[in-house]
Write a protein that binds this ligand. Structure first.
Ligand SMILES: [Zn+2]
Length: 312
């Protein structure tokens, strides 16, 4: 059995947010080519996405919003917010991405693979219940968490978001929910302005959101320390049945959009920490979903390091 799945579809390249956009099809094209050239792709279990039942998207988004995305795309609207460009294919592709993520969950649950990486776009963690935001249409990771809980008999999901931006949409999806623990480490102050340490959840969800905002310039050692001294103790207490990663690679020192100093090796080390925890706690069940990462060369290298650790 191949231990790591890889979710990808050529149509993911057809989502066009407009000229000069940092979230462009070349991101995925480069990842795919790089994994092929290095020979890694042949060791991965390829998983084909499906068009998902719309009910799964409705678990996180309103029907009005879903219709708005569909109508806007069909009618040739070119953006849903200042940063979030779309094209005629974008609704269909955003649905296909959700379907890819759900197939990844299925493959892990059926034990076809131990864990999996979703090379997908558009990304998802900024998407709110009723609006697009920050390059994101549907909140892929949040939908995956709902799917894991509803479709399988698993109660608790841990979402680890290491994208350099705070995942406001994911946090809000589960802010009152004690069954999904949301952890985010991100640059602060920075877009989208949320993710302060004081944001810890409300009501029954109090204590199930953990934010670690870091000043610009944070290095591997700071990130590793945050993982070991904040994330791991919280995760050990929570005891997840399944782990989702919002895998943004825009905290890399050479990313053009942010100012952190993580390296490719740093991403490998963070993956290792999560993977060994997952093996102790939840049978190794980890589904990693691509979010940001805008330096093409660096993004491909980071995905390689990340996937290598998932495979080890
Ligand atoms: Zn980001």
């Amino acid at each position: 059995m191949n231990h790591t799945g890889f979710i990808f579809h050529e149509d993911f390249l057809k989502h066009d947010p407009g000229p000069w956009h940092p979230e462009n099809p070349a991101r995925l094209e480069n990842i795919y080519k790089h994994l092929k050239t290095t020979g890694i792709l042949s060791h991965l279990e390829m998983i084909e996405p499906r068009i998902p039942c719309p009910d799964w998207i409705l678990k996180i988004h309103t029907s009005e919003y879903i219709s708005h995305v569909r109508e806007s795309a069909i009618n040739g609207v070119d953006r849903l917010d200042a940063d979030t460009g779309i094209c005629k294919d974008s609704y269909r592709i955003a649905c296909l991405v959700v379907g890819g993520v759900l197939e990844g969950v299925d493959a892990i649950m059926a034990q076809k693979v131990k864990n999996a990486f979703c090379a997908v776009r558009p990304p998802g963690h900024h998407a709110e219940r009723n609006r697009a935001m920050g390059f994101c249409l549907f909140n892929n990771v949040a939908i995956a968490a709902k799917y894991i809980q509803s479709q399988f008999d698993l109660e608790k999901v841990l979402i680890i978001d290491w994208d350099v931006h705070h995942g406001n949409g994911t946090q809000n999806s589960f802010y009152e929910d004690p069954t999904v623990f949301y952890f985010s480490v991100h640059q602060n102050p920075f877009y989208p302005g949320t993710g302060h340490e004081s944001e810890t959840g409300i009501g029954a969800g109090k204590g199930f959101t953990l934010n670690k905002p870091l000043n610009a310039g944070a290095t591997n050692s700071t990130y590793i320390d945050v993982f070991e001294s904040s994330l791991l103790p919280a995760a050990q207490k929570f005891k997840p049945d399944f782990i989702l990663i919002s895998a943004g690679f825009d905290a890399h020192q050479n990313d053009p959009l942010a100012a952190m100093k993580l390296t490719t090796e740093g991403y490998g080390k963070l993956t290792q920490i999560i993977k060994s925890f997952a093996e102790e706690e939840c049978n190794g069940r980890v589904l990693s979903i691509l979010e940001g990462g805008y330096n093409l060369k660096v993004l491909a290298d980071c995905v390689e390091a990340h996937v290598q650790e998932l495979m080890n």
